[in-house]
Write a protein that binds this ligand. Structure first.
Ligand code: COA
Length: 256
């Protein structure tokens, strides 16, 4: 599929999306986000893809929503400009998603990264929610996903003040999972390869159960966990994983 503002490539069961509007630091406009949404649909439909990696250019992940087309919007148009549908679809992707972040991940760029399962940052990464300085606040999941990762006070500090944090602080906050020297993409792809090796049904069920429980009370989450966990005993990979352990050999998972 040919896109104008993103690149999509698939290699060895790993899909890679590159945000590709470098002249405006990958600022996200509607067309770009709708391309991202379309790519997420394609990946969901393709049962052979096991992991998705999203990166920007080597210089920047994304410096936020594109401010130019937003400036004169009325509320109804702002609602159409909102990126929630695409970012929710990204979060709902059954496979793991890793964001590889260099340079700026601001505003909608950070919200995009928040909808991923992991964030790997380069030393030079700067993460933040500067929307308050534009007279708005993060409106693509940021007020909801950020506090879940960093805690309410830190999220309020980032959102109320609109100040960026560096990669080391993001690591300390739990907003970033790993900081690397230079390009974070090789590290993200190495993690993707490890994840692609895991039994797909168990991994996807684990993601589903964790995300489901994150917004619900403990007992509701545990009930759902039990249903999905028992379902796994219908899979070939469960039989193979346990048999291989008992036979003291490496499991040969088939993703079935
Ligand atoms: N929307 C639209 N254009 C953007 C953009 C955004 N979110 N972020 C950067 N750009 C554009 C700039 O307007 C500039 O375009 P120009 O070359 O035509 O003037 C180009 O990208 C380069 O950005 P510039 O500001 O010159 O780079 P910088 O290194 O001096 O500053 C930032 C980088 C990220 C600090 C600065 O661009 C910035 O504050 N961007 C907006 C961040 C933001 O508020 N995001 C939330 C939006 S809701």
């Amino acid at each position: 599929m040919k896109y104008n503002h993103i690149l999509l490539a698939v290699e060895k069961a790993i899909a890679h999306i590159v945000l590709n509007r470098p002249k405006v630091l990958n600022a996200l406009n509607r067309e770009m986000v709708s391309e991202l949404h379309d790519a997420v649909r394609q990946i969901t439909a393709d049962g052979a893809i096991r992991v998705l990696v999203i990166s920007g250019s080597e210089k920047n992940f994304a410096a936020g929503a594109d401010i130019a087309p937003m400036a004169d919007l009325a509320p109804a148009q702002a609602s159409e400009f909102c990126f929630n549908r695409a970012f929710n679809a990204l979060e709902d992707l059954p496979i793991p998603v890793i964001a590889a972040i260099s340079g700026y991940a601001l505003g909608g760029g950070l919200e995009l990264a928040l909808a991923c399962d992991f964030r790997i940052c380069s030393e030079d990464a700067k993460l933040g929610s500067p929307e308050i300085k534009l007279g708005i606040f993060p409106g693509a999941g940021g007020t909801q996903r950020l506090p879940k990762l960093v805690g309410i006070s830190r999220a309020k500090e980032m959102i109320f003040l609109g100040r960026n944090i560096d990669a080391r602080t993001a690591l300390e906050y739990g907003l970033c999972d790993k900081v690397v020297q230079g390009d974070p993409l090789p590290e993200a792809l190495a993690l993707a390869e490890q994840l692609a090796d895991r039994p797909a049904a168990a991994l996807q069920s684990a993601k589903r159960v964790i995300n489901y429980g994150a917004g619900r009370d403990l007992r509701t989450g545990i009930e759902f966990e039990e249903e999905r966990w028992t379902d796994l005993f219908t899979t070939e990979d469960q039989k193979e994983g346990m048999k291989a352990f008992l036979e003291k050999r490496k499991p040969n998972f088939k993703g079935k």
